[in-house]
Design a protein around this ligand. Structure first.
Ligand code: GLU
Length: 471
């Protein structure tokens, strides 16, 4: 049997981290089984669904590289099909019209609250609906009264729910539009779903859906309910915890492969391995090894994983991902050393691409002022001598290479009988503006002669001005 799984988001907001993880698990399982992965947009709630949100889902899935094999399907384009099935259920006696008014239902609910009973429909129209002129009825599913609904959850193990707990749910509203539990079953049948991997917030819907499958004479798929994600304070992950749309992680400088790696580990493990290539995830992921308990989101861990990826992805891949950030930061990487030469050094110290792009800036952009603290400390009046001498030595070099550059700094310190830091630090602040840069020889080599000398001049001008003010 060929495996078919799906991701079926409702487009009522961003693709958030929990949704992305559910999509990943579903996608991994399909890929591993050589099956198909379907994308379905559950947009029947027309008031809450937006085109913007549909686009955010596409963008997020695309950025993460979770490609679908079929779809995207849109539920709003399948209303005729749902009507047909509702009619089929009515004809077979598995569904019935209900004319109960909102007032009646409200009164019923209040009474049940007062009696400390679970609010549920009392089945008034189940056997003898009194047709009311001028009232458009809803359609309710005739849920079995007896027995239990039992399924082997791929993640949770056996789950059993008594039919006594379930009432006759509405499958079509008075205006004829179908409800979630109906549309999801019709789609999962029509789209040949073999495995439904979804959030455990749907666990209460599953027995209802299984009853609808049975009424339609269809075999239910295997269900796997993924536990939720908690914020670090133990409450459900929300915006408050910085849980944001997936695309925000791109904006914040995460590599999609790092996000996937983080997500696969958030609720699943394989021994104590932390880093997984996509191929390894596909090979090793098992639904039955997904944790039954909720997982806690941990930004530090995500950053750590991101850093590992920034250090280790092929440099071409790093450049590809970084290019967008350089553009965002207004840095023109044509205006300086090649990124291939620069990144092996800079990537060692960046935990996000935003940080990495900023570390690149000094190699492509001149600056007009120095970081105040750094300048105050290292561009002193007394630094002028070291800067002058090192400039002379650097200017005299025939070859602008790390070793010779290092030697020039060294010779300057020796000639002035000072420690290396007395030359190195002013020089570093002079060329970087901030004092933050890789090793001085590498930095100078990457900056090139012209930029280096011009920046030393700029620093000397600053020092001269300081000397002027001190007088
Ligand atoms: N559309 C539902 C949601 O976004 C998911 C339905 C399902 O996976 O069965 O919560």
């Amino acid at each position: 049997m060929a495996v078919v799984t799906r991701f079926a988001p409702s487009p009522t907001g961003y693709l958030h981290i929990g949704g992305a993880r559910t999509a990943l698990y579903s996608w991994l399982f399909a890929r591993q089984q050589g099956g198909k992965f379907v994308l379905r947009i559950e947009d029947t709630d027309r008031e809450r669904s937006t085109g913007e949100s549909v686009q955010a889902i596409f963008d997020g899935m695309n950025w993460l590289g979770l490609a679908h094999d079929e779809g995207p399907f849109f539920q709003t384009q399948r209303f005729d099909r749902y009507k047909e099935i509702v009619q089929q259920l009515l004809d077979a006696g598995h569904a019935y019209y209900c004319y109960c008014s909102k007032e009646e239902l409200d009164a019923l609910r209040e009474q049940q609250w007062a009696n400390k009973e679970k609010p549920r429909y009392n089945g008034k129209c189940r056997d003898s609906a009194e047709v009311r002129e001028g009232v458009e009825p809803v359609v309710r599913f005739r849920n079995p009264l007896e027995g239990n609904v039992v399924w082997q959850d791929a993640i949770r193990g056996e789950i059993s729910i008594s039919n006594g707990e379930l009432d006759d749910l509405i499958i079509a509203r008075a205006d004829g539009t179908p409800t979630y539990n109906l549309t999801v079953v019709v789609d999962d049948i029509d789209m040949g779903m073999t495995h439904v991997v979804r959030g455990d917030d749907h666990i209460n819907n599953t027995p209802r859906q299984i009853n609808i499958y049975k009424a339609l004479g269809a075999e239910p798929p295997v269900f796997g309910h993924v536990p939720m994600i908690l914020g670090e304070d133990g409450s459900r992950l929300s915006k408050r915890h910085g849980a944001v749309g997936v695309m925000q992680y791109r904006d914040d400088g995460y590599l999609p492969e790092a996000v996937l790696n983080y997500l696969v580990r958030l609720g699943w493990s394989h021994g104590d391995q932390e880093l997984f290539s996509i191929d390894q995830m596909i090979e090793l992921f098992r639904l039955e090894n997904v944790n039954k308990a909720p997982s806690t989101f941990n930004t530090e861990k995500l950053q750590w994983i991101n850093q590992q990826y920034i250090k280790s992805v092929p440099v071409e891949r790093l450049i590809e991902a970084l290019t967008w950030h350089l553009e965002q930061a207004g840095i023109d990487a044509n205006n300086g050393p090649s990124l291939e030469a620069l990144l092996p050094e800079l990537r060692e110290r960046a935990n996000t691409l935003v940080v990495l792009a900023e570390a690149c800036r000094m190699f492509y952009q001149d600056f007009e002022s120095f970081n105040e603290g750094a300048a105050k400390k290292h561009l002193k009046v007394s630094s002028a001598e070291a800067l002058e001498l090192v400039k002379t030595k650097l200017a005299a070099l025939d070859n602008w290479e790390a070793e010779a550059l290092q030697q020039a700094v060294h010779d300057t310190a020796e000639a002035l009988e000072v420690g290396m830091g007395k030359v190195g630090m002013p020089l570093r602040v002079a060329v970087s503006g901030t004092g933050q840069s890789p090793s001085i020889d590498f930095t100078l080599a990457m900056l090139g002669r012209e930029r280096t000398l011009a920046r030393i001049d700029q620093a000397l001008a600053y020092v001269a001005q300081r000397a002027e003010q001190a007088r």
